[in-house]
Design a protein around this ligand. Structure first.
Ligand SMILES: [Zn+2]
Length: 159
């Protein structure tokens, strides 16, 4: 278990396409543990592997709801519904916030740390967080999508 340094924009590693995990082994378990430690230490609500410099399709999230810590390997958004528009922040882009339009409800499937397929449904902040983290795996930052940017941290949670 270790707290890693969070890569900051404009580091080019944040613009890479991440590779799917083909084998879930102790390295992946260690990655998941380190990502959760790093996310909680930074008081974030989500973290994607490229944010600690690892180009693998792995995300962790905890928006403080009943789901608790969510770990997802090779996440894939399978359903999007509705629309929400509001502030979003990123641990890799400190000191900034932007208004982003996202789906209101999202279903994502992926593998848990035991390799079982799981489906997570999220609304509101969790839906926003899922889409933000999956974007990270494709080299997309929320600043690419924001309709308005402003200074200051987003206290609803950065990810
Ligand atoms: Zn982010």
């Amino acid at each position: 278990m270790a707290i890693k340094i969070i890569v900051k924009d404009p580091d080019p590693v944040l613009r890479e396409m991440c590779k799917p995990v083909t084998k879930i082994n102790s390295n992946i378990h260690k990655l998941l543990n380190d990502m959760a430690d790093t996310m909680y230490d930074a008081e974030g609500v989500g973290l994607a592997a490229p944010q600690i410099g690892i180009l693998k399709r792995v995300i962790v999230m905890d928006v403080g709801d009943d789901h608790g810590l969510i770990e997802l390997i090779n996440p894939e958004v399978i359903e999007k519904e509705g629309e929400q528009f509001g502030p979003e922040g990123c641990l890799s882009i400190p000191g900034k916030t932007g208004d982003v339009r996202r789906a209101q409800r999202v279903k994502v499937k992926g593998l848990d740390r035991d390799g079982n397929e799981i489906v997570i449904e999220g609304t509101d902040l969790l839906a926003r967080c899922i889409l933000h983290e999956v974007d990270h795996l494709n080299g997309v930052l929320y600043t690419d999508l924001a309709e308005k940017m402003y200074r200051g941290e987003q206290h609803g949670g950065e990810s």
